[in-house]
Design a protein around this ligand. Structure first.
Ligand code: S3P
Length: 440
């Protein structure tokens, strides 16, 4: 999948030691940009994610006429309220390129369903394979007019939305957030039932801005109550904490390589994002959390990770929802844990940037790890020596970084095709690996 020249040699590593700061959280950065575009007045976003995904959200909002100044990680957004996003409905649809970013596409579907005008959302080859009906079907119940296809490109004919009681068919923060953005524009009170607990940045950030969004527990899931007719959000400033989903890769390596000690500063400690840390702890990891003084709705602090002997665990659907982006990495960690790790209830991974169950199994097999693939997960037997391999990133940033973790633990250098995909979420990943983890 990578270009022919996009092959990188990955070296075995001795340990991980030092202090790390990871790029700003991707989920929070997308939301900060979108909420700033919905605000009236000047918003300042510091420490935003520097990867391609968040640049896609920025570019889409700029295409919609939102003025955004500044470099990647220090952005100033001039919001003109929701009406500022409206277009002449007779004009040709605005072409909005969401790149590789599912969050951009899904949140924008919810936002634009309620705006005047026509919009056409497109994406790259990977995003154009990912399911969108999970968003467009419940949006249709609020009166949204969006093309009937399952995948991008999709055309939105925005307009008035009616309040209603709707359900997200999957436990997905992207779906939940899209529905909230639409419900905020509807003509009354809506309720949104979500069948599981997922990252809660949308609810936290909107509540901190005084938006009428309330969350109630509902069995294993939750119910959101949202009042409509929003004109604009209040303007705001935000310091985006570091992304725990990026931090996870070097944290995992610090657990697995002997004599390691890694301090990851300024990272999000939002409990809905620390599912992976909890799973590592269940395996026997030694991870300290040092909260920083609270500033704003999103908690942050330092994670301190030290080497430890790990053992396999059983992972079920609730664990998966709380660590959705880290499940491939958990399978990688399991290859070095004593015994078997079984991961079930993870079918969602098949519709991420790649089919992550297939891609993870292929990666592990290439390194000589015994693995069994299920429709909804995989089982990994730990302890076999890892042999250097030639692998492909499958067009997926997280699979590329998983390959680097496996290669760091292997007996000889490996080769990765498609290494450039890391720039979707962490452009300097390989530099940080080189800085913190001496070669063996
Ligand atoms: C995200 C939610 C998750 C996650 C994605 C970012 C978000 O997707 O995989 O990387 O920012 O809301 P789902 O909500 O579809 O599981």
């Amino acid at each position: 999948m990578g270009r022919p020249d996009d092959v990188r040699v990955l070296h075995p590593r001795r340990r991980v030691a030092g202090v790390l700061r990871v790029p700003g959280d991707k989920s929070i950065s997308h939301r900060a940009l979108i909420f700033a575009a919905m605000a009236r007045g000047r918003c300042v976003i510091r420490g935003a994610a520097t990867g391609a995904d968040v640049r896609s959200t920025r570019a889409v909002l700029e295409r919609l006429g939102v003025a955004i100044a500044g470099a990647d990680d220090a952005l100033v957004v001039e919001g003109n309220g929701l009406a500022g996003l409206d277009r002449d409905p007779r004009a040709a649809p605005a072409e909005l390129d969401c790149g590789n970013s599912g969050t951009t596409a899904r949140l924008l579907l919810g936002l634009l369903a309620g705006r005047r005008g026509r919009f056409r959302l497109v994406g790259d080859a990977s995003l154009s394979r990912r399911p969108m009906r999970r968003v467009t079907a419940p949006l249709a119940r609020l009166g949204a007019r969006i093309g009937a296809g399952e995948t991008l490109p999709l055309e939105v004919e925005g307009g008035r939305l009616r309040a209603g009681d709707i359900e997200a068919g999957v436990a997905s923060a992207q779906v939940k957030s899209a529905l909230v953005l639409a419900a905020l524009q509807a003509d009354g009170r809506s309720t949104i039932r979500v069948p599981g607990r997922t990252r809660d940045h949308t609810e936290r950030m909107l509540a901190a801005l005084g938006a009428p969004v309330r969350v109630e527990p509902d069995g294993d899931g939750e119910r959101l109550v949202v009042d409509g007719a929003l004109d604009a959000l209040a303007s705001f400033e935000i310091d985006v904490p570091g992304d725990p989903s990026s931090a996870a890769f070097l944290a995992a390596l610090a657990c697995l390589l002997p004599d390691s000690r890694l301090e990851i500063e300024g990272v999000s400690l939002n409990p809905t994002r620390l599912g992976f840390v909890g799973l590592l702890e269940r395996m026997g990891a030694r991870i300290g959390r040092v909260p920083a003084d609270e500033a704003g709705p999103e908690p942050r602090g330092t994670l301190v990770v030290e080497s430890a002997a790990l053992a396999g665990i059983d992972v079920g659907p609730a664990d998966v929802a709380a660590a959705i982006d880290e499940i491939p990495l958990l399978a990688v960690v399991a290859s070095r844990a004593a015994g078997r790790t079984v991961i079930r209830g993870a079918a969602e991974l098949r519709v991420k940037e790649s089919d992550r169950i297939r891609a993870t199994c292929a990666l592990l097999e290439a390194f000589g790890v015994p693995v069994e693939e299920f429709d909804d997960g995989l089982a990994v037997t730990g302890g076999a020596p890892l042999r250097g391999a030639s692998v492909d990133a499958a067009g997926d940033h997280r699979i590329a970084m998983c390959a680097a973790v496996l290669a760091a633990l292997a007996d000889r250098p490996s080769r990765l095709t498609g290494a450039r995909w890391v720039s979707v979420s962490w452009p300097s990943f390989f530099d940080e690996l080189e800085r913190l983890a001496p070669r063996r």
